[in-house]
Ligand binder design. Sequence first.
Ligand code: AMP
Length: 394
Amino acid sequence: MNNIANFDFKNKKTLIRVDFNVPLGENNKVTDTSRIIAAIPTIKRVISSGGIAILISHLGRPKGKKNLRYSLSNIQKDLEKLLHKSVAFIDDCIGSKVERFIYKQTAGSVILLENLRFYNQEESGDLEFAKKLSRLADVYINDAFGTAHRLHASNSVIPQFFKHKFFGLLMQDEVLNLEKTLKTPTKPFTAIIGGAKISSKIEVVLALIDKVDNLIIGGGMAFTFIKARGGAIGNSIYEEDKIDLANKIIQKAENKGVNIILPSDSINSSKFGDDGDIQISHIEKIESNYMGLDIGPESIKIFSNVIQNSKTIIWNGPMGVFEIELFSEGTRQIALSVAKATSEGAYSLVGGGDSVAAIKKFNLESSVSYISTGGGAMIEYLEGKKLPAIEAML
Ligand code: AMP
């Protein structure tokens, strides 16, 4: 990867594609600044060597229309606080007004442009739109790992218009951590996959079977596997059309000598919510009116034991409906177990919106080796797919 460490940005107008797609709460306030924090080192590197940083990003899904709910002005104050510096905001991202404003800037300034997705052309990967963006600067940096799997104008089309183009420090970190995990994992290597549905994670599960020693499957997606082997799962979430696939995954794991570990017990409720009647049962003996919403104590023990004996761990997806306190214990104990293994020398990589949210909820951010800012991008990288935004830079 081209490196920004040795480049002289002095007086260079530098377009930085960042990922400021942050969650917004009431009054459009940023509720989690992690993605802004993650972009700071690259911005600082550019301005401290005398460059002019022009920041571009998307935010939410405005679908090609100007919508102030998704204006990047909503993050201006947080960015200023984190950079300890004033940031100019312009309410557009292309055109002569933006070009004139940038032209007047001096070394070390930071300019935040309006949401790229107020233009349809961003998501359609429009060449002309990418060209207009490229007119704003002399140098291009892509530091938006979270969107690296998307073929959009500002990340996958724009690089062709620049002679000087670089990956930002966050992008480098993300790729180095994923490469290290996939190419040179210290064994035993364990993947923990959870979340609601198997359908969104099939490819990654199949790809990981080629790499890992142990595959732990928890969360709602475990029930398709349990159903596939004839268990009674009551009203638990499962995907009927993926039963064959679950069998194929089990078969492939057996052929490869990979240890697939499914939950053995389950915390069940008569309702989806916190006011149902609760039971604990064997995972294959859930009563017909109940649904499994968390892994049970025996599963926690078995999963934790595998995790404690691992030297490389990847985790994507919660073990249950962790947003509801009553069903958060499985995810909490697995998070603690990953943290403990890490403190004893294992390397752990956590990614995917919900597993990261869980790690934060349990205040374990600094207890794992690396937290990826990319959910979909991380999954596609692990699947072995080429990410268009990375390919476009090579
Ligand atoms: P995903 O986006 O596929 O990683 O799924 C994350 C979601 O899965 C979270 O919102 C969890 O509440 C949900 N989830 C985890 N376990 C279960 C379960 N047993 N039943 C229903 N939903 C679940």
